[in-house]
Design a protein around this ligand. Structure first.
Ligand SMILES: [Zn+2]
Length: 426
């Protein structure tokens, strides 16, 4: 092997249009090797997808910047790689959702046919694990030399590699069973094909955005502190279990493997990590911010010691990072709370995503003309209490404004904004 970096693009057909054109997903695979890298069957694989929700576009620009950075740097990190690396980059991962447009707006979060959220219908990996005979896997893969340091790493690499193959095989069987029985929906196929692609990964990043939001990360409890190295201002800690999303679908099998081996009194590492990154506003592309987002991803990978070099470990990011707030905080998912609009009306957000709010402070003002009494002749403007047309929505507790709706016309009972409470500053 020599010090090389190369890239290959393939297309995965997911569906087709009524006129017969393919709906396919672009897949970019970047391979990086060094002369000195230990030759492993499996390269260390970083899987990143974006736009599962069709209106959430910023991740595509981030993937573009990642490709650009990997190819346009001076590549001095290549000779220092300890093992071959592979990036599997999947921009525009949901072609149907990206094309669900109504009057210029993308209806990308939900499947317009079924109403399902595209990021809640991945194959239930907890059920998948139940379907896998872990006892048999343990017998076939664990040997008594495992605890001998000399064999330890080799054995773990083999276990990891065999487990990835098993996951892939189970997902393919799952897909084929659906296809060969009563057929597979667009969404089922999309979700399962992406899971198959990601099944050989060591790290999975699913790039999303809020409607109008700050930068934040959903991170599983078992590794949430590692997420701080993305330099994002907020980490929301989710339970170590499957609830339908890509990050959970990806880490659940590894979390269960760790637990199963523990029951057999064997300690294996839990190296696998997956996160959902929320990159600002939907329906928006910001290349300058994308460059910083990409640097932050590389900063995290440098922390993971995937790049053993300062080239991507930019200290200047911390000083010159306009995607970063002046703080870093974390809190649990149960503290991620939604405010619903008390009235219909026209809303102005007084607080911006990322702002720290004190209890009682006004977050949004809603204007509704209904309170102006009809057919009454006001003689003096002082008698008109225009304040009665405005409803102020105040924070119930100290919190951070995480995101808010993207429309200024809101109906009663609609999601108005989300906050995080009981947060800890890092
Ligand atoms: Zn999303």
């Amino acid at each position: 092997m020599s010090n090389t970096i190369n890239i290959k693009k393939t297309e995965l057909e997911i569906s087709s249009t009524f006129s017969g054109d393919q709906l396919s997903i672009p897949i970019f695979e970047i391979f990086l090797t060094s002369t000195d890298a230990t030759s492993l069957d499996d390269p260390y694989n970083i899987y990143i997808q974006s736009s599962m929700h069709g209106s959430e576009l910023q991740g595509n620009a981030v993937i573009y910047e990642l490709i650009s950075m990997l190819f346009n740097c001076n590549k001095s990190f290549l000779p220092l790689l300890k093992c071959p690396l592979k990036f599997t980059l999947v921009p525009l991962a949901n072609p149907l959702a990206l094309n669900q447009k109504i009057h210029g707006h993308t209806i990308g979060r939900f499947n317009v046919q079924s109403g399902e959220n595209y990021n809640r219908t991945y194959v239930n990996t907890e059920n998948l694990i139940l379907d896998i005979d872990l006892n048999l896997f343990f017998q076939d893969n664990y040997n008594d030399n495992y605890n001998d340091n000399h064999n330890h790493h080799k054995n773990w690499d083999e276990i990891k590699s065999n487990y990835k193959k098993l996951l892939k095989q189970k997902l393919i069987e799952n897909r084929d069973t659906l296809v060969n029985s009563r057929g597979i929906s667009y969404q089922q196929r999309l979700n399962i094909e992406l899971q198959i692609l990601a099944s050989s990964a060591d790290i999975v990043l699913d790039l999303h955005t809020a409607a109008q939001g700050m930068r934040y990360i959903f991170a599983p409890l078992y590794c949430y502190q590692n997420a701080f190295h993305f330099n994002f201002p907020l980490t929301i800690v989710i339970p170590n279990k499957f609830a339908g999303a890509m990050d959970e679908a990806s880490f659940t099998p590894w979390y269960h493997l760790k637990k199963f081996f523990q029951e057999k009194n064997v300690e294996i590492p839990l190296e696998f990590e997956s996160y959902t990154l929320e990159l600002g506003n939907e329906e928006s592309i910001d290349f300058k911010a994308a460059k910083i987002d990409a640097q932050n991803i590389l900063h995290y990978l440098a922390f993971k010691k995937i790049f053993d070099h300062q080239e991507f470990n930019h200290n200047d990011i911390n000083n010159n990072n306009n995607n970063k707030c002046s703080y870093q905080a974390h809190s649990e998912l149960k503290n991620y709370l939604t405010y619903y609009s008390p009235h219909s009306g026209l809303v102005e957000f007084i607080k911006k995503p990322g702002e720290i709010i004190k209890k009682g402070e006004t977050v949004a003002k809603i204007l509704n003309f209904k309170n102006f009494i009809a057919n009454k002749n006001y003689l003096d403007k002082d008698l008109i209490n225009l304040n009665s047309l405005i409803t102020e929505v105040a924070a119930k507790n100290d919190s951070i404004l995480v995101n808010h709706c993207s429309t200024a016309s809101i109906s009663a009972g609609s999601e108005l904004f989300k906050v995080i409470e009981n947060y800890n500053l890092i």
